[in-house]
Write a protein that binds this ligand. Structure first.
Ligand code: 3PG
Length: 389
């Protein structure tokens, strides 16, 4: 794919697909990171003499006009973060484009108000394409969707990746595409069922795979271990055993909890104890991995060159069950800061967990993507990336 540097923006209108699907409470944007991350693309296009028209979605209005989901509510924040005049346009797009000033940015209404967006409709894509001369995709985090503004439009105009798209793809390639070895993956979260493809892909690619969170309980149970009242998908025992066998055949070490932290209640400060993995009482739940597990993960990280992380190791939302996640994340951050480890993390909960642990800044790269990061870890080709050629 091409980058901004391969295009001639002088006097041209750039249609820039961005992901500003940011968290909003009472019409106030509570986290502006996704907006901040589009600044380099907007600034570079302006510096190259182009005009910027932002294409974006917000939430899931499913092809209908839902006033609460209008991008009008966040246009002011976009203007503040970009430090530019941002004009929100809800209709008569062509007229607004004709009248725009050089360093004015246009923000078109939530594309998902149009049914043609999510159906990747050719006519809707053509209508969008008619508004510009060059298409720039800077929305890696929406690239797992084959929508009119992420897929079809790329075939209608000269197209390239924006700076953020370039940065995300570069970081992810360094982590799994062509990584320095050994590679460790940490995969946590509640359910194995949502991460089957991901685990299946990783066992053939990484040298060590740490499985944490509720998912680990399913793997323990699949080996005949009693997990008491823990979150566990007993019906996936066979699948878990298949993944273990596949890993063994591929020479991938699966790391499961070597000790467990159990409690009878899931609430802040609940009385908890650390036990061997096969000693969970019938009336207790496993809510975190214990210190012996963390010590072993730290040892593996010390020998590793690359780490890719998705999902917490325990019920990190509530202390003290955030201990394993925090400790392992701190170790990875320290190694990354010292230049000994390339660490890449992504996925909604993961970034929240690393922020909570206070170590996100020391990771080599934090992806801004949720679903797209997962699909990329599953080894899927993302349609929005593929369409860039
Ligand atoms: C995201 O928030 O991950 C992206 O904006 C994609 O949103 P979607 O899952 O609604 O397609």
């Amino acid at each position: 794919w091409k980058t901004l540097d391969d295009m001639d923006f002088a006097g041209k209108r750039a249609l820039v697909r961005v992901d500003i699907n940011v968290p909003v409470e009472n019409n106030v944007v509570t986290d502006t990171s996704r907006i901040e991350r589009i600044i380099p693309t907007v600034d570079d296009i302006h510096a190259m003499g182009g005009k910027v028209i932002l294409l974006a979605h917000f939430d899931r209005p499913k092809g209908r006009v839902v006033p609460e989901m209008s991008l009008e509510h966040i246009a002011g924040t976009v203007a503040d973060v970009l430090g530019l005049t941002v004009t929100f346009v809800s209709s008569n797009y062509a007229e607004a484009v004709d009248e725009m000033e050089d360093e004015e940015v246009l923000l078109l209404e939530n594309l998902r108000f149009h049914p043609g967006e999510e159906s990747n409709d050719a006519a809707f894509a053509a209508r969008l394409a008619s508004l510009g001369d060059i298409y720039v995709n800077d929305a890696f985090s929406a690239a797992h969707r084959a929508h009119a503004s992420t897929e079809a439009i790329a075939h209608l105009l000269p197209s390239c990746a924006g700076r953020l798209m370039e940065e995300e793809l570069g970081a992810l390639d360094a982590a799994l595409g062509n990584p320095a070895r050994p590679v460790v993956a940490v995969v946590g979260g509640a359910k194995v069922s949502t991460k089957l493809d991901l685990l299946g892909n990783l066992v053939g690619r990484v040298d060590h795979l740490v499985i944490g969170g509720g998912m680990a309980n399913t793997f323990l149970a699949a080996q005949g271990i009693n997990v008491g009242k823990s979150l566990c998908e007993h019906d996936l025992a066979e699948t878990a055993r298949d993944i273990l066998a596949k890993a063994q055949a591929a020479g991938c070490e699966i790391i499961l909890p070597r000790d467990i932290v159990v409690a009878r209640e899931f609430k802040a400060g609940a009385a908890s104890e650390t036990l061997p993995p096969d000693a969970c009482p019938d009336d207790a739940m496993i809510l975190d991995a214990g210190p012996a597990t963390v010590a072993y993960i730290a040892e593996v990280l010390e020998r590793a060159k690359t780490l890719v992380w998705n999902g917490p190791l325990g019920a990190f939302e509530i202390a003290p069950f955030d201990a394993a996640t925090n400790a392992a994340a701190a170790k990875a951050a320290a190694l990354s800061k010292a230049g000994a480890l390339i660490s890449v993390a992504g996925g909604g909960d993961t970034v929240a967990a690393l922020n909570q642990a206070g170590v996100a800044d020391d990771f080599t790269y934090i992806s801004g993507a949720g679903g797209a990061f997962l699909e990329w870890m599953e080894g899927k080709i993302l349609p929005g990336v593929a369409a860039l050629g």
